[in-house]
Design a protein around this ligand. Structure first.
Ligand code: SF4
Ligand code: SF4
Length: 366
């Protein structure tokens, strides 16, 4: 479909869903925000990313999705930073607890990258995989309609391919778009259907089947050899991060501010705390689940004090869980290689470089 088809797709989604969320330019970055038309998408803009660096730059093209990932992911939608749990009231001498019910809001999200589709699956496993599935997560997830966009221009901090994933979405979406510039027709979108709901929307829009030569050209554009990923994660990362006595942990801690930015932007980090607020008259209280981070002292506070008191132990906990013990807990890595933790770390700590530093010098391994 052409750009006009994208306009019609977004218009159809605004009619069919309670909310449509997509990438927009906001706060000097590409953020995920509610949109009302395709005109809200970030046309003619891309980003430059490096460790601790992010800036938007104009492209002069009409592409809408020619950017790397911004700080937001689907996590903010299905596992929001603040989520009400219950309210409690005194009534007629009794205490009444009223659980908060998450409304069944239908949301379409456009512009989702393949790495974030995988991150959603990983996050879903953490929130719903055990005997006590989070009903709020399930309700928000059930209401999602996902429109993926293949990643033709990864950021310099990305490393999804060495983390084991591809830049083109292959499952987990309702629709997937590949955006490219056709010299003859301008910006064009190849559309794939991943669900019955996606197929119904395509039929409603009256889109045409793309000819084989066009499909082939798009496949070539997504050739993993060009352009290259900016970073690479070693194959033995899961093993290296379990070397808890390695002196490099102390070296990272010299730089780490324990600010928790990396966990906030990570699409799979899920740790939370509970916040209770009691009304001044003592007649009611509310409990809210809020994002927390393994970088906070309070997160590991036991009876005798913080279990992980040093910055070194907190950084080591994050990286060794994310890349190492996540395998034991959930059967896979907790990292999809989106690179957000590298871009948004204020001091430029680079997960891939820290793993490299944990490796023995060449020739020292048996
Ligand atoms: S690694 Fe960077 S982003 Fe993460 S806590 Fe340390 S300073 Fe903050
Ligand atoms: S650890 Fe970093 S690169 Fe991996 S998924 Fe989280 S934010 Fe992305």
């Amino acid at each position: 479909m052409r750009a006009g088809g994208l306009d019609r797709l977004v218009a159809a989604m605004t009619r069919q869903f309670d909310e449509v969320i997509g990438p927009v330019v906001a706060d000097g970055a590409i953020r995920l925000r509610p949109i009302t038309s395709a005109g809200d998408l970030p046309i003619g803009v891309t980003d430059e990313q490096e460790a601790a660096t992010y800036r938007l730059v104009p492209t002069g093209s009409d592409l809408r999705f020619a950017y790397g990932l911004g700080p937001d992911s689907l996590k903010s939608i299905v596992h929001p930073p603040r989520s009400p749990v219950w309210t409690m009231h005194r009534r007629d001498g009794s205490i009444i607890v009223e659980p908060f019910r998450t409304d069944a809001v239908s949301r379409a999200v456009i512009g989702v990258r393949a790495c974030d589709l995988r991150a959603l699956e990983i996050l879903e496993g953490t929130q719903t995989g055990g005997p006590h599935a989070d009903p709020a997560f399930l309700a928000r997830r059930a209401g999602l309609f996902l429109v993926a966009v293949d990643c033709a221009r990864p950021a310099a901090t990305c490393f999804c391919e060495s983390a084991g994933y591809a830049r083109a979405a292959d499952h987990g979406y309702d629709l997937a778009l590949t955006e490219f510039e056709d010299p003859a027709a301008g910006v064009t979108y190849l559309v794939r259907c991943g669900s019955d709901r996606g197929r119904e929307l395509v039929d409603e829009l009256g889109l045409h089947i793309a000819p084989d030569d066009l499909v082939r050209r798009v496949e070539l554009e997504l050739d993993p050899d060009a352009p290259p990923m900016g970073r690479e994660l070693r194959d033995d990362a899961a093993e290296l991060v379990l070397d808890v006595e390695h002196p490099h942990w102390a070296a990272v801690a010299e730089r780490c501010l324990t600010c928790g930015n990396c966990t906030a932007v990570c699409p799979t980090c899920f740790c939370t705390d509970m916040e209770d607020v009691v009304a001044l008259d003592g007649e009611s209280s509310t409990r809210t689940r809020v994002w927390d981070t393994c970088f906070s002292m309070e997160y590991s506070h036991l009876g005798v004090g913080p279990h992980r008191a040093s910055p070194m132990s907190r950084y080591r906990q994050w990286l060794s869980h994310k890349l190492g013990t996540w395998h034991d807990q959930f059967g896979e890595s907790g990292c999809v290689g989106c690179g957000r933790c590298i871009t948004w770390c204020p001091v430029g700590i680079d997960l891939t470089a820290e793993v490299d530093a944990l490796a023995p010098p060449v020739g020292a391994r048996s």
